[in-house]
Design a protein around this ligand. Sequence first.
Ligand SMILES: [Zn+2]
Length: 426
Amino acid sequence: MTHSDSITLSLDLKASELVFPLENFIRYGFAKITGQHEAQIFTATYRPKTAVCPVCGVMKEARKVRAYSTSEVLLTPSGHRPRVLELTKAKYDCADCGGTFTPTPYFVVPRANISSSVKAAILLDFKVKMSMRDVARRYFVSPAFCWKILDQIPPKQRFRHLQKSSVLMNSKPLKMTTMVYADGLTHDILDILESRKHADLISYFLNFPRSERLKVKTIVMDMNASYPALLAIFPNAQLVIDGFHVIQQLSRAFNQLRVKEMKELKKLKGDNGKAYRKLSNTGDSCSSGTARSIIKTVSNSRFSGVNGGRRAEVIDALLSYSQKLQEAYMVYQNALDTFSNKQAEDFFEVIETLPESLPDAFKKSCRYLLKHKSAIRRGILSPYSNGPLGGKNNLCKLIKCIAFGFGRFDHLRKQILLQQILSKAN
Ligand SMILES: [Zn+2]
């Protein structure tokens, strides 16, 4: 290996006919392109033996050099120090067409001064959950440059394939208006839509050919009102409401009642008031503190099996103060039990036979589930779950959070999709 080839290799470049001087091919200094950062500056000359004239396309050896021009090229950094190649390029005369041209090595686009290896490194960094600002700082480029790279790649929805048997949909992963949908089997996010308005959803999915839409057999979703209309464009699909959302609806109803009851309890003077304060001041080693949060954790972690004796005690104490809460708790627990045992009919029976004494708001929230009876029944029995998509939602939120928000929805969408593609690649 020649002297120049070894240096080329150490710069993460392939053999590319760069010629480095035998001495002083590297120095530390400030380059125009890296500004205030002291850089390792390499000096090299590029004078390829055979060059193709871009105008007439003639390939020739030993052309006459007309002049030399020098420019800086940013390379991938070494540790925390930027590396710059001070590249002197030969300018050739073309005897065939009379023009002049300056060949550039493979890692630089003509007239660019950031090498393609930096671009590739930035692209690969989309795999890591990192904000664009940090990626830019790592490679000594501007964030705008990174966004430009992101803009150049096209993870556009091609509207060709939808051959999956099931589609999971989830609203509000990022903000109130967004919707994400994923493959039911692999749980890969297929796309993120900025709007989940009825008309927008319809026009979006109509982009898929009918033959693809016919293949969709199951659509798993939450209880969003605009979704049932989608069935019109997926004629073979069945709507399934995911169990998670059913439980969420119930636990929300129960929690609202609990908060209301606790407020009532707080207002009471005398012993009950004291009891409330006692309960809400109860310290608990396994939870963050107040009775309120304990009960919340318990009601939320119903399926996770966390049920310390201390918590059960607090719940019992709390329930004993309010008849309504006790009744609602029974309904809630029965519903959860039947649901987790996949007893669809029993579940609906619990909801249909609510005790009259329960507050109207609670009854209303529970009865709302009856509107989607058949979809919920399928949800209880079907193997599909929106749970994995919930995990993806968290990933989306994390990416958004790390970046301190995104100026453009398009960028966020691309970054999430790219992240998914790249992390799957290895
Ligand atoms: Zn020519």
